[in-house]
Write a protein that binds this ligand. Structure first.
Ligand code: CDP
Ligand code: MG
Length: 756
């Protein structure tokens, strides 16, 4: 599978920088698109306009003839959701037909594996059935999700189905956000949240039953939970566990818990016609946009779902679609049907995410452009056409960078089939694969590599150590991580001072576990305590835990850059973040102030929430807030103590090399450090991001002695450096000695003159 990167994404980026506004993109991608572009149109007109799109470079699909035949027979989108009450919708789901049998199996067994097609109702219905069957009398029904977006949106849906306020009977908890209350009996949460709860309560006493949902995703936290919940099951006879899976991992899950029953929810899916690209597609973003336009113009009603790898591509695709629709509307004399373009990815604000579930108005077609989040976690009804680019982003440990990085990979065959299946939920559908059948058969892995086998395990190691798992290699992993990964992560924790020489948690390590933060950030916080600058570091850590707060609309780049520069603290991007937060606070946390200064108010508010939650943890640990203001050197030292593994030395203006591995890295053009007059000799950085170059994200100037003092396992003050210092000292001594000599000489001369 070849991938040279999308020229379309680059083009759109350039266009956006010269174009009117990015704000406008949001407007287009949001909900207004239909209103701006669409006019009602008859079927004949659509046919007549067919030639408008796709004259050039159309993707060449096999079975084209068969395909158009199929379309002629295609059914109209059901108006199901619109016409049926919420209760009726519940009864229509496949899981409803087996409700009683399912509950019976759960009553008779402590652990059950439930398998069902995506959309059969596992996530939204199982918890409610369990509630209706009395499992919420003595405890909570918990349901874990690998993704935060899914936890939030599903909880919202279920609260509507149960006609209760979100956060009352039905709630959700994700990192830094707990929307549950004393009445909560059904709790959706990320697997990470439940994992952290096992720290406080290893038997999970408040839960009567836990549904481990989307277990097939094999997220890192889910995999660790498998081992932990297996123990809970053995210890508490009153505890029940349900593991749900969309694919065929079921037998493996069943075996892991000792051959427990597997319950199958009968599927109710329609056939999906698969169309392969005949030749490899160079630019799949462009390819997907073209295909979507062709479908929109030539195919019967039915919504479109496009799978892309990430935000950048999604934004570019949405923009291109909007633009092409506009062009078509203005160039075509006849009316063009409306197209509602809806992006969805995890960083998208929640209100915009919710839009994908809304029904499009009559005559309009929805086109959802999504990451693999729409593969299994979110189900949207009414999709008849899936366009699969064949790629997705995956977190992998990058040994060269010494950290996890999201990288683009071809998806697995299982994922590709899952994507295709999304087109067959409402009626017979079509999936356009923008790759060849031979790539599918020969180049794609049969199923994805579990996260635990490919990412950094720092947090997991810390957590398991605190759960008194002495030897991590003995932990009951379904698929154990490679030994090297464990040892590597242990080494990093040792470097930070969280583990001692024999692999046990240090006092610092025990404290670090308390914080839902990556180990270096937890260390920074605790060094803030030691060095007396907790107040400052707490704010910095909170700001680093949210997406960038700087807003930079491409058409007002200069203005917004100037606004950002006014916040600069020249020796540190971290302190610049602190400064932003402080000023916002001084302006009463006002939203209009943020807008005036090109700051994302949502990001800042989130940082404020994170800050208050971290503060709560500090309070329970009885750690008092201290401040070193205005001595910012102390804050820089605390930052250095947590990030000395990311130290870099100056090589040219803005050009650095990593002190440990010699890898080149660059100061980001937006860095405050350019304001120092000359770029500093040594810096530490928060993380490296790979775009056109390796950029250091968020850097702070540090003194070389600090590196030697705080990271002695990596750095020492060189002989030559010492002698240089001594040399300077000697020079100075010599100079004073010489001056004294001269003075003496003068005195002597004067005396001689007087005497003579
Ligand atoms: O978990 P599973 O994939 O088996 O299905 P589900 O997520 O429980 O979805 C059942 C139904 O609820 C689907 O038809 C979804 O479209 C609908 N749903 C919804 O309308 N809004 C949500 N936020 C979640 C699900
Ligand atoms: Mg589900």
């Amino acid at each position: 599978i070849s991938r040279k990167g999308s020229t379309l994404v680059r083009e759109i980026h350039e266009k956006q920088s010269s174009n009117k506004s990015r704000q406008r993109f949001w407007e287009l991608a949001g909900s207004k698109l239909g209103d701006i572009l669409g006019v009602e149109k008859t079927a004949e007109q659509i046919d007549a306009d067919t030639a408008v799109v796709g004259e050039d470079g159309e993707i060449d699909f096999k079975e084209e003839a068969k395909f158009s035949q199929h379309l002629k027979k295609g059914e109209a989108v059901s108006d199901f959701a619109k016409s049926k009450s919420i209760a009726e919708q519940r009864q229509y789901l496949p899981i409803f037909s087996v409700r009683e049998e399912l509950l019976q199996v759960v009553r008779e067994n402590q652990v059950v594996v439930v398998v069902g097609e995506t959309g059969s109702g596992k996530t939204t219905q199982l918890t409610q059935y369990l509630h209706e069957d009395g499992y919420t009398i003595g405890g909570i029904v918990g349901c874990t999700q690998p993704r935060r977006v899914a936890a939030m949106s599903v909880a919202k849906r279920v609260s509507e189905e149960m006609d209760t306020e979100l956060g009352d009977k039905v709630g959700y908890a994700i990192r830094f956000e707990d929307v549950t209350g004393p009445n909560t009996i059904i709790k959706y949460m990320t697997d990470g949240v439940l994992l952290r709860e096992t720290l406080k309560d290893s038997d999970l006493d408040k839960y009567r039953i836990v549904v481990m949902d989307e277990a097939h995703e094999r997220s890192l936290n889910t995999d660790v939970l498998f081992g932990i919940l297996k123990k809970v099951v053995a210890q508490r006879r009153d505890f029940k566990l349900i593991v749900t899976s969309a694919t065929l991992n079921a037998q493996k899950f069943s075996n892991f818990f000792g051959s427990v029953p597997i319950f199958h929810i009968p599927g109710r899916t329609f056939p999906v016609n698969i169309l392969w690209s005949k030749t490899p597609v160079e630019d799949y973003v462009e390819g997907a946009v073209k295909q979507a336009m062709t479908i929109h113009i030539t195919s019967p009603p039915g919504d479109i779902l496009i799978f892309m790898t990430g935000q950048d591509e999604i934004e570019a695709a949405c923009y291109a679609l909007a633009e092409r629709m506009e062009q078509m509307v203005s160039s075509s004399k006849k009316a063009v049907p409306k197209l509602l373009i809806l992006p969805i990815y995890s960083q998208l604000p929640a209100d915009l995410q919710a839009k994908i579930f809304q029904k499009a108005e009559d005559g309009a077609r929805k086109c959802i452009v999504a990451t693999n989040i729409a593969e299994t976690s979110l189900t949207v009804d009414g999709i008849y056409y899936v366009i699969d680019t064949g790629y997705g982003k995956m977190k992998v440990y990058n040994p060269r960078m010494g950290m996890d990085a999201l990288q683009v990979f071809p998806v697995s065959r299982a994922a590709a089939d899952q994507r295709a299946g999304r087109a067959g939920r409402t009626g017979p559908g079509t999936c356009y694969r923008l790759y060849t059948e031979s790539a599918y058969l020969n180049e794609m892995l049969p199923s994805p590599v579990p996260e635990i086998q490919r990412t950094n395990l720092g947090n997991v190691v810390l957590l398991l150590k605190s759960l008194k798992v002495e030897n991590l290699l003995d932990f009951d992993f379904m698929d154990p991580p490679p030994q090297d990964n464990i040892l590597n992560s242990m080494y990093q924790l040792w470097v930070l001072g969280a583990l001692n020489n024999v692999g046990g948690l240090t006092e610092l390590g025990w404290k670090m576990v308390e914080f839902p933060l990556d180990p270096p950030l937890a260390k920074m916080l605790l060094m803030g305590e030691q060095l007396g600058c907790l107040e400052e570091v707490l704010t910095i850590v909170s700001m680093l835990s949210v997406p960038s707060v700087f807003f930079r609309p491409k058409d007002r780049a200069e203005e917004s850059d100037a606004a950002r520069e006014r916040f600069f603290v020249p020796e540190s991007d971290h302190l610049t973040l602190y400064n932003v937060y402080q000023q916002w606070k001084q302006h009463d946390y006002r939203g209009d102030w943020c807008n005036d200064h090109f700051l994302h108010v949502k990001g800042l508010r989130k940082a404020r929430e994170v800050r208050s939650q971290l503060l709560d943890i500090l309070k329970t640990l009885k750690i008092p807030l201290t401040s070193c203001w205005p001595d910012t050197d102390i804050v820089r030292k605390a930052i250095c103590s947590a990030y000395f593994h990311n130290a870099a030395r100056l090589k040219g203006v803005g050009e650095y090399v990593n002190c440990r591995n010699g890898m080149p890295c660059h100061l980001h053009p937006s860095s405050a450090l350019y304001g120092m007059g000359c770029t500093p000799e040594y810096v530490v950085y928060h993380e490296l991001i790979l775009t056109t170059k390796e950029y250091m994200q968020c850097a702070t100037a540090v003194e070389p002695q600090w590196l030697a003092e705080l990271g002695p396992m990596f750095f020492s003050v060189k002989e030559s450096d010492t002698s240089l210092l001594e040399h300077k000292k000697r020079q100075k001594q010599e100079k004073t000695a010489m001056e004294e000599e001269m003075e003496n000489l003068k005195k002597v001369q004067a005396e001689v003159e007087r005497e003579s």
